[in-house]
Design a protein around this ligand. Structure first.
Ligand code: AP5
Length: 192
């Protein structure tokens, strides 16, 4: 089973591109943010703690997010023993998360990194918030800037550590053009 991590700043298009990837390749998509929001929506005591951190744009504890990811990978494997691949969207956010994943789940094959300028990230997320019927608590200018600041502080070490496994894609242009670049990263893995 292929393991692909999708990383990049808030609003870089991780979710948008993952949707296109699963349509083409049939992988399972696990978004760390979506898993956490589901936990919050469940009304559990753990969800209430997570909500406080997420609404401020801060990381939740790695143990929580990694446990949710592991549970979903196991479920996906049980449902489909021939599962071709899994896309982990929004994880790792810092190097230690990557190391813990590899220690307890298995090695990553590639890391797709969508690089987008801070100004574009802000514009996209404010645009998403303005268009949304249900607004995300963390999609306001102050929290968006905090999320970007944390991303910029932590992401470099991930890119440095994973070296040639990191496929950097400049993701400022058209969504379909960006997806073409994504396919160039994934197709060679399927030919092996
Ligand atoms: P998460 O939900 O992962 O949020 P994020 O990383 O901030 O990213 P977004 O989901 O907001 O954006 P995206 O990159 O998916 O972009 P999208 O495709 O939607 O995480 C939320 C929070 O959960 C974190 O802040 C943290 O608190 C916690 N968390 C999550 N993972 C964690 C972890 N591993 N450890 C600890 N805590 C964790 O696109 C955005 C907008 O842009 C859309 O409107 C879209 O239509 C538009 N768009 C996309 N591509 C383009 C394009 N090429 N051109 C123009 N517009 C575009």
């Amino acid at each position: 089973m292929l393991v692909i991590w999708i990383i990049g700043g808030p609003g870089c298009g991780k979710g948008t591109q993952c949707e296109k990837i699963i349509n083409k390749y049939g992988f399972v998509h696990l978004s760390s943010g979506d898993l956490l929001r589901e936990e919050v929506a469940s009304g559990s005591p753990r969800g209430a703690d997570l909500s406080k951190l997420m609404s401020q744009g801060l990381f939740v504890p790695t143990e929580v997010v990694l446990t949710l990811i592991k549970e979903r990978i196991e479920k996906a494997k049980q449902e489909n023993p021939n599962l071709k691949g899994v896309l982990i969207d929004g994880y790792p956010r810092e190097l230690d998360q990557g190391l813990q994943f590899e220690k307890t789940v298995g090695p990553v094959d590639i890391v797709i990194y969508f690089e987008v300028a801070n100004e574009t990230l802000i514009k996209r997320l404010l645009g998403r918030a303005a268009a949304a019927s249900v607004k995300r608590e963390d999609d306001n200018e102050e929290t968006i800037k905090k999320r970007i600041e944390i991303f910029n502080e932590k992401n470099g070490k991930i890119v440095e550590h994973y070296g040639s496994k990191v496929k950097k894609i400049v993701a400022e242009g058209d969504i379909n053009d960006i997806f073409q670049e994504v396919t160039k990263c994934i197709d060679p893995l399927l030919k092996c």
